[in-house]
Design a protein around this ligand. Structure first.
Ligand SMILES: [Zn+2]
Length: 432
């Protein structure tokens, strides 16, 4: 599925208010569905879909009917999705189960609390030239101009649209188009492999001692958010019925700053991931358990957590687009073990170099970890590092897949065959 986004422009105040009511109605249906599930835990997807019909004919809520019927069904489906993934997480025994919550309506549309309504194939119509979109359901939001980039416009002409999602953000209203297609391009095979260690000092370090650092402009933007947050909490009056105008102004400023840094961070993560997958055929990274990290009070750390996750998601994405091998391995002992002889060297977080008492290897701890990550990945693929000769060799049989949290599918194992021996030899091992 490809998702493209366009800003909705040139609407009147009433038109944007109509979008707001669509979003509110969708939320209302979702909340009603969650309510029903909490009261009668035996409900299933079909029951929720029936609830949708009941709500539309309920005289108490005459406005529900004005939202397009498929959009109504879509919001009941979303409630069902969060319920069923809650059940799935319970089965898996995950710590954070994500009990389905009611969604509150946020007037401001903070970046992290973006509210949406999803239309499927009816209730809207694109113009012939794909320059405008018209919403035709009972809410009568009407016609908006679409502001988007060249690629989006091309896809609008070319591809079949599955869904249109309306999103309210701090700086306006957007339409997200979901296309019924997969992005598939021919990759540029280089014969290179890379092992990535995600860290705090560097954003990542690879096995050849190349590092990527978290850009300064993002740190600065994050500092600005902290400042705006302080300003906002100063203006907040406890137990007041309504907050001052200055409070609301500060709130909107903060929302916009959040949105900006969110976009900058995403842009950076996408470009970095794109670059890494483009110049390597095999990418191995640590599978960081993001759920263990979310409750983190240190700002710098929590930001890196979020960016790491985003970065690894994009690595997977570009791997799929260019049909390259991207593997996540368990991070267990990657920073402790010696990449040369396998001896486990216990070290604290502040120890920056890896010194092995057994084989006398002395390298940067991040490089050592990156080498271990790469080794683990190669083991999964059945390729082994021969450290005495300093090159990769094809081993007899592939290592156990259980080691990795993600499984490598057969097709991907085949695509590795484009790595011929001579090119693999060019991988340098800095430990030697
Ligand atoms: Zn050693």
């Amino acid at each position: 599925m490809i998702v493209r986004e366009a800003k909705l422009l040139n609407g009147s105040k009433e038109q944007y208010q109509a979008i707001d009511s669509a979003i509110r109605t969708a939320q209302f249906i979702r909340n009603k569905a969650v309510r029903l599930w909490r009261d009668e835990p035996s409900v299933n997807k079909a029951r929720l879909s029936l609830l949708c019909k009941e709500l539309a004919h309920d005289r108490e809520y005459p406005w529900v009917k004005r939202l397009n019927s498929m959009a109504r069904q879509a919001s009941a489906e979303r409630a069902w999705n969060s319920i069923s993934s809650f059940y799935r997480r319970c089965k898996e025994g995950v710590k954070k189960k994500g009990y389905p919550q009611f969604k509150k309506h946020s007037r401001n549309g903070f970046a992290d609390a973006a509210r949406t309504v999803e239309y499927k194939t009816s209730g809207w119509k694109l113009s012939e030239d794909c320059l405008t979109i018209n919403f035709t359901d009972g809410l009568k939001a009407g016609r908006f101009s679409l502001f988007c980039n060249h690629e989006t416009r091309e896809d609008l002409f070319r591809l079949k649209i599955n869904r249109v999602r309306l999103v309210r953000r701090a700086d306006g209203y957007y339409a997200q188009f979901c296309f019924d297609a997969n992005r598939q391009e021919t990759g540029n095979y280089t014969g290179n492999v890379i092992g990535i260690d995600l860290g705090l000092k560097y954003f990542y370090k690879d096995q050849n001692d190349n590092a990527a650092t978290y850009p300064k402009y993002l740190r600065r933007a994050e500092k600005r958010i902290k400042k705006l947050q302080r300003q906002l909490s100063k203006k907040f009056v406890k137990r007041a019925k309504s907050q001052s105008n200055n409070y609301h102004k500060a709130r909107i400023r903060l929302g916009k700053a959040h949105l900006k840094v969110q976009r900058q961070r995403k842009d950076w993560a996408v470009k970095l991931a794109r670059c890494v997958v483009h110049s390597n055929d095999v990418v191995v990274y640590e599978d960081l358990k993001i759920q263990n990290m979310v409750k983190n009070h240190d700002l710098a750390k929590s930001i890196s957590d979020a960016s790491w996750y985003q970065f690894t998601q994009w690595l997977d994405y570009f791997g799929k687009v260019w049909d390259k091998t991207v593997i996540a391995v368990a991070p267990k002992y990657t920073s402790q073990d010696c990449s040369n002889c396998g001896h486990r060297v216990k070290k604290s977080l502040s120890t920056r170099t890896h010194q092995c008492p057994k084989c006398k290897t002395e390298i940067c701890r991040d490089t050592n970890a990156a080498l271990n990550v790469l080794k683990k990945g190669m083991n999964i693929l059945g390729v082994e590092l021969n450290s005495t000769q300093g090159h990769w060799e094809t081993a007899g049989k592939p290592g156990t897949l259980e080691e990795s949290s993600t499984t490598v599918d057969e097709r991907k194992l085949e695509s590795i065959s484009c790595l011929d021996e001579s090119r693999i030899n060019s991988v340098k091992n800095p430990a030697l």
